[in-house]
Unconditional design. Structure first.
Lengths: 113, 114
């Protein structure tokens, strides 16, 4: 059991639309990060939330935004979708802190057409 | 800036043999941690092993061990007694406790031949 679940598993959207991806962490995982993984590439850090506050952001435009809720679930929102946003989006959470490594979900495969 | 580099896009090993995957990193952070993750076709990133970059002792987890060369900033993964289930994409990653974010390498696809 991974403790981190993501929904949906697959999603197809049209360019210009908005999308919300969801992640559910185990209770107590107060740190959650989102990553974008293009096909055949390593994941790229989008942003991180700690106790419902964003406390780190990668090189992604403001149309990528997120939320973390008190029940340790979180969302990734992407506005004005572009074709290049097509990727696997991974959610990762940590119970003991990032030093011990993150537990990843299985991701949401987003296709923008 | 932090970088993580994997120079082997693909590797192949015979079942029961040993294989080593290479990784180099660069960072100015002092409180740095290194990880190897396995990503099978199921897409989930699975933590294989972690290493504290300020410790010289090499980490070991069952058949998986690292060769950590601090001065060379090298962090290679050795898989002993390779099994068919080890076939996957392997990513090396580094992270600082200051930022929490992980920087991933480009990945190495490992094929295990029966």
């Amino acid at each position: 059991e991974t403790g981190v679940t993501q929904s949906p598993t697959h999603l197809i959207k049209t360019r210009g639309q908005q999308v919300t991806l969801r992640c559910s962490s185990q209770s107590g995982h107060n740190t959650v990060s989102w990553y974008q993984q293009a096909l055949g590439q390593g994941p790229q850090f989008i942003f991180q939330y700690y106790r419902e506050e964003e406390n780190g952001r990668g090189n992604f435009p403001p149309r990528f935004s997120g939320l973390q809720f008190p029940n340790y679930s979180s969302e990734l929102n992407v506005n004005a979708l572009e074709l290049d946003d097509s990727a696997l989006y991974l959610c990762a959470s940590s119970l003991q802190g990032p030093n011990y490594g993150y537990t990843f979900g299985s991701g949401t495969r987003l296709t923008v057409v | 800036a932090q970088t993580v580099t994997q120079s082997q896009p693909e590797m192949s090993v015979q079942e029961a043999e040993t294989v080593t995957l290479s990784c180099t990193y660069d960072t100015s952070e002092s409180d740095y941690y290194l990880f190897w993750y396995k990503q099978p076709p199921s897409r989930q990133m699975i933590l294989v092993i972690r290493q504290e970059a300020y410790k010289q002792q090499n980490a070991t987890e069952n058949r998986f061990s690292v060769n950590f060369q601090k001065a060379a900033k090298s962090f290679s993964l050795k898989i002993s007694d390779s099994q068919l289930g080890d076939a996957a994409m392997y990513f090396c990653a580094g992270g600082s406790s200051n930022t929490g974010k992980l920087i991933f390498g480009q990945g190495t696809t490992l094929q295990v031949k029966p």
